[in-house]
Design a protein around this ligand. Structure first.
Ligand code: IPD
Ligand code: CA
Ligand code: CA
Length: 280
């Protein structure tokens, strides 16, 4: 890699790091002290003063350090100069439902897309004090130590993770059949409530694979580059190139990618047969 490109990526990674660490302090300070928990337009999609205060802290840092770049932030929308090829994608609190209920599984996620492609990402879990970072070509780290995806090659030996979109009551694509089938044929499927941490935890080998639909770019922009740099694979469910805006992704250690993609396809017929065979 050209030295100048590497130097620029390192600086941008420091910007992302400062942003997630600063927001992490906000999340720690407001923990257990929430006064307002509101529901956004989609049912079950919450926002609190922790989301807003953490986002304001991140925006202040980005505006100071990279004023020429665009920003897409979950609570504020698209901000900045629209000719820039650099787009920071900010989730100030990923896992708001957990946070609002006092369940300590949440993170701050800040990613940078250059011409639409994830290049830099930082995710900070203030409860476990875990900082995941990566930049294109520079590898991925957890608390500054290199990380890699797991070596699991069989679905039957895998621990997976998934999530359920806020629109699950209004769609047939609920993820319920997939959850049942994969629970049946693997060592387990977890549902943590933080997409950013789900991706980070595949990246460091705790989970072997992750799939989810209905995600937003701020849920996954940082996690995508962290997982790729840790040696993992990301795609659409059918294995084709991920389109960030589609919000539907399959992320694995690479070894189980194809079999998990196939299994997602088999889930609905499997569930129908399962209940027919049991005459339910
Ligand atoms: C949510 C979390 C959750 C996922 C949802 C996301 P939020 O983000 O990442 O795991 O299932 O689709 O919206 O609302 O807590 O920032
Ligand atoms: Ca989120
Ligand atoms: Ca959020």
């Amino acid at each position: 890699m050209h030295k100048q490109v590497q130097h620029e990526l390192e600086i941008l990674l420091e910007v992302a790091t400062e942003a997630v660490m600063t927001a992490g302090v906000v999340l720690q300070d407001l923990w257990g002290k929430l006064e307002t928990i509101e529901e956004k337009d989609r049912s079950g999609d919450l926002v609190t003063e922790a989301d807003k205060t953490a986002e304001a802290a991140i925006l202040k840092i980005l505006r100071r350090r990279v004023p020429q770049h665009q920003i897409l932030a979950e609570e504020s929308g698209l901000l900045g100069i629209d000719e820039s090829n650099y787009l920071w994608v900010v989730d100030p609190l990923d896992g708001t439902t957990n946070y609002a209920h006092g369940y300590p599984i949440s993170a701050v996620s800040v990613g940078l897309l250059v011409e639409g492609i994830p290049q830099v990402g930082a995710i900070y879990d203030p409860f476990r004090k875990e900082l995941f970072r990566a930049a294109k070509g520079l590898g991925a780290t957890l608390n500054y130590r290199p990380i890699q995806v797991s070596k699991t090659t069989e679905l039957s030996n895998s621990l997976l993770v998934t999530g359920f979109a806020y629109d699950r009551r209004d769609t047939q694509d609920t993820n319920y059949p997939e959850f049942c089938y994969l629970t049946h044929i693997t060592q387990g499927v977890r549902r943590t409530g933080s997409a950013a941490l789900d991706l980070a935890n595949v990246a460091c080998g705790r989970f072997d694979g992750y799939w989810e639909k209905g995600l937003s770019p701020w849920d996954i922009s940082a996690g995508v580059i962290i997982l790729e740099e840790a040696g993992g694979k990301i795609s659409a469910y059918d294995g084709s190139t991920l389109i960030l805006k589609s919000g539907k992704l399959l992320a694995t250690n690479g070894h189980i990618h194809h079999v998990l993609s196939q299994a997602l396809n088999e889930a609905l017929p499997w569930l129908r047969n399962f209940y027919q065979a049991k005459s339910l």
